[in-house]
Design a protein around this ligand. Structure first.
Ligand code: HEC
Length: 117
């Protein structure tokens, strides 16, 4: 990448991050899209080739367990037969979303739990 383009994209990044709409004040639905859950699970949680549907999974989770799963998916997958099966069915994996705060993850979990079938 040339220095000019590098400088330009750096400036743009700074501009975007300084716009005041950091991930801190986004609600669960916005975070879901912003963080990229939607790229695998679909904009409205209907699922796709990269991730299972998230609608109506409230019977398996509460806010606490889902938040823990988002921090460390591997740990939960290993101990849950239903999830291990899901894991086998998809080529992709959930990555740990440990860069988010507990509060942000809880907001996302609440949003996912509100998605009804
Ligand atoms: C790279 C694609 C990808 C991204 C990005 C992703 N997921 Fe997933 N997700 C998966 C896959 C694949 C599974 C099935 C388990 C596995 O293989 O890890 C899954 C499983 C899940 C489950 C369990 C589903 C069930 O039936 O109980 C939840 C909840 C979930 N994801 C939420 C999220 C949230 C919230 C985000 C964003 C913070 C996210 N995922 C981002 C691919 C993804």
């Amino acid at each position: 990448m040339s220095k000019r383009i590098l400088g330009l994209s750096l400036g743009l990044t700074l501009l975007l991050t300084s716009c005041g709409h950091s991930s801190g004040d986004r609600n669960g639905a916005e975070l879901y899209t912003y963080i990229g859950c939607s790229s695998c699970h679909g904009a409205t949680g209907t699922g796709g080739s990269l991730g299972p549907p998230l609608k109506g999974i409230g019977q398996y989770w509460d806010r606490e367990s889902m938040t823990n799963f988002l921090v460390d998916p591997k740990e939960t997958l290993a101990s849950d037969p239903r999830l291990s099966k899901l894991d086998d069915a998809f080529k992709t994996d959930m990555r740990p979303f440990s860069e988010l705060t507990r509060d942000q993850l809880e907001r996302i979990a609440d949003f996912v739990l509100s998605l009804e079938r």
